[in-house]
Ligand binder design. Structure first.
Ligand SMILES: Cc1cc2nc3c(=O)[nH]c(=O)nc-3n(C[C@H](O)[C@H](O)[C@H](O)COP(=O)(O)OP(=O)(O)OC[C@H]3O[C@@H](n4cnc5c(N)ncnc54)[C@H](O)[C@@H]3O)c2cc1C
Length: 335
């Protein structure tokens, strides 16, 4: 255990807020010390937490200012313990921050979980009578509180305005924005498939699609009450599926099979088997040139593995045109 990290912690957050940007080395990722500014219960299982933070203006996005499926790491402190210090000055991460964090005893270091930046709104300066508005970020947390809860879902369920959260995400000063996987290239037809954990990413993607794109978004959520209002300038049909107590992924697989039929003549390539209990299923190619179909699929790893096999082997889709991401695994805690 690296006790130095914990000892520094009492002064760490204060130091983080007083360093100047000139002293703050430019790195791909940085730590953002955020405060909850609003909590909105979107439905029984979706809770939107809105954050502000002095350095949020430094949060990265793509060249168009979009976040799409951009992933962030949220750091939840262990009960009764402050988070180990991750930054040198302001939010600039220590070079070995992740190893240092891992070296801290599990019972006190807290947990790291992966979420999607559902929306990032830049600050608006004061204008006439209108007061300035601080930059804000929304994260939509799924509350999986029954039959397998976890520290991140529990943190979100209890969050109130004024609470703090440390988040690790891309730094705008770096240039390239790390953490965006949606890469459809020139594809004009899209298939977006996911369970509730992928709804924030799919919603953010749908909102930014150009009008000439068409296709389907298929979303499986716990109940009908979790169907959210999502708009898109593109010609995308959004199909919501309520699980209503059925096993995870059953409806999702059925609908994808109904939408995209297997190839009539030949089987496609057999994708290598992935042990979803030992490895993270993650295959995110940049779509090859062409205007065909691009698929983006994320959710519970076993369901995604099954869909990957169906689309690549049975339908014969080019695996370079499909992004598959295991966002979580039933029965396991993933960081
Ligand atoms: C790139 C990426 C983006 C993601 N974006 C989001 C997002 O925007 N919103 C979001 O809510 N999640 C998102 N997830 C999924 C999220 O990271 C996991 O659900 C995570 O396990 C939640 O952490 P936890 O501490 O609540 O539960 P954990 O401690 O990780 O898990 C505890 C138990 O709960 C089970 N579990 C975990 N998630 C669920 C679930 N959704 N339903 C039922 N059981 C579950 C686990 O299998 C385990 O048994 C994303 C994951 C990735 C990889």
């Amino acid at each position: 255990m690296s006790s130095g990290i914990l000892e520094n912690n009492a002064t760490g957050l204060e130091a983080a807020s007083i360093g100047s940007l000139e002293d703050d080395p430019i790195k791909p990722m940085r730590a953002f010390d955020l405060k909850v500014s609003a909590v909105t219960q979107l439905s029984e299982h979706f809770r939107r937490i809105t954050f502000t933070g002095t350095d949020l203006a430094l949060f990265g996005s793509n060249a168009e200012g979009q976040t799409l499926d951009l992933r962030v790491k949220v750091m939840i402190p262990a009960p009764g313990h402050a988070l180990p210090e991750l930054s040198n000055i302001r939010g600039s991460l220590q070079d070995d921050w992740y190893q240092s964090w891992l070296a801290v005893d599990e019972s006190v270091r807290g947990v790291m979980r992966t979420y999607t930046a559902r929306a990032l709104r830049p600050a608006v300066p004061a204008h006439g009578d209108q007061p300035a508005i601080a930059a804000e970020m929304d994260i939509d947390f799924v509350l999986h509180l029954h039959g397998g809860s976890g520290p991140a879902a529990e943190w979100a369920a209890a969050a109130i305005p004024g609470d703090s959260l440390m988040l690790v995400g891309p730094c705008a000063r770096w240039g390239d924005c790390l953490g965006i996987e949606f890469a459809p290239g020139e594809a004009e037809r899209l298939l977006l498939v996911g369970d509730e954990t992928a709804v924030p990413a799919i919603a953010a993607i749908l909102e930014t699609l150009p009008a000439h794109v068409s296709g389907h978004a298929v979303l499986e959520v716990p109940t009908k009450g979790d169907f959210l209002a999502i708009s898109s300038p593109a010609n995308m049909e959004i199909r919501w599926l309520a699980r209503d107590g059925m096993d995870h992924g059953v409806e999702l697989s059925r609908q994808v099979r109904a939408l995209i039929a297997p190839a009539a003549c030949e089987l496609g390539e057999e994708p290598e088997d992935v042990d979803v209990d030992a490895t993270i299923l993650w295959e995110t190619p940049v779509a090859a040139a062409g205007h065909g179909l691009y698929a983006w699929i994320a959710g519970e790893a076993a369901t995604i593995r099954e869909l990957r096999r169906y689309l690549v082997r049975d339908v014969g889709m080019d695996r370079n045109a499909v992004a598959f991401m295991g966002y979580w695994r039933k029965g396991q805690a993933l960081s």
